[in-house]
Design a protein around this ligand. Structure first.
Ligand code: PGA
Length: 258
């Protein structure tokens, strides 16, 4: 794994499998240090390997072994399609249950997600923010990045704010429609933790893999921080935000090739 600093942010570059194990250990260390850590998780294809690594580590757990229990950990989803019930196989609540929560000993009472079935979006957003505050804020936030530079569903051009309802952009709809049958069934609105919600996390780890993410990663690390590339606001958090990239995702970054 190579390490660089770009705009003050620590950037690690390695093959995806190596990145996934490193991030698995960051999450497990967070739980070791604070058994009731507040952990925010993304959905998408990028973090699947991290979740598989966490599950496989958990299944190797033995009495007295150093692998921590998730029994006190608090787990938060960062977004959800608006009006998608949690039992729907396309929901992000279901995604996290089937990839991670259902395979470790996290208590269902400690799993939180924006309520896409609340009477109004405003109520859902206020309730989620109040929930995060009641939990004492986010200790560790794992992030992916969209091809347009979004983090969670904070789309380019949208102001920095807390949890809100978002109209998904064409490029996000195009990127995610492959999961829906027919593709037109994909919702065009979502609830998302806002940039200010995410940026308040005490530690942030961004994972990006593949050439399709190279431009977004370059802009996140080198463009002037602003709404055109929501991930660029991470530059202001250099002391607590780390990027983990494979060579393809890092291919447009300045500096020495890894
Ligand atoms: P992906 O999505 O992991 O499926 O590429 C990332 C994102 O849109 O944040």
């Amino acid at each position: 794994m190579t390490e660089r600093s770009i705009s003050g942010v620590r950037v690690f570059v390695a093959p995806a499998a190596e990145l996934e194990l490193a991030i698995r250990d960051i999450v497990l260390d967070a739980i070791r240090q604070k058994p009731d850590a507040v952990l925010m998780f993304p959905t998408g294809s990028t973090p699947e390997g991290v979740y598989a690594a966490l599950v496989s580590q958990f299944r190797r757990r033995r009495p007295g072994a150093p692998n921590p229990s998730w029994s006190q950990a608090r787990c938060l989803n960062m977004d959800e399609y608006w009006r998608m019930p949690s039992w729907d196989r396309q929901s992000y609540a279901w995604f996290m249950k089937s990839h991670l929560y259902g395979w470790v000993d996290v208590s269902t009472a400690n799993i939180y997600y924006p309520d896409a079935m609340a009477p109004t979006a405003e109520e859902a957003c206020q309730a989620y923010e109040a929930q995060i505050e009641a939990l004492g804020g986010i200790d560790h936030c794992l992030l992916g990045i969209g091809v347009n530079g979004h983090i969670a569903f904070n789309e380019p051009g949208y102001p920095r704010t807390r949890t809100h309802l978002v109209e998904l952009t064409e490029s996000t709809i195009e990127a995610n429609q492959r999961f829906f049958e027919p593709p037109e069934a994909m919702p065009t609105q979502a609830l998302t933790a806002g940039l200010d919600t995410l940026l308040a996390s005490r530690r942030i780890t961004l994972l990006a893999t593949g050439a399709a993410k190279a431009e977004a990663v370059r802009d996140a690390l080198t463009a002037d921080p602003g709404n055109d590339c929501p991930a660029s606001f991470l530059q202001g958090l250099a002391d607590r935000c780390t990027f983990y990239l494979d060579e393809e995702a890092a291919s447009l970054l300045p500096g020495e090739a890894p």
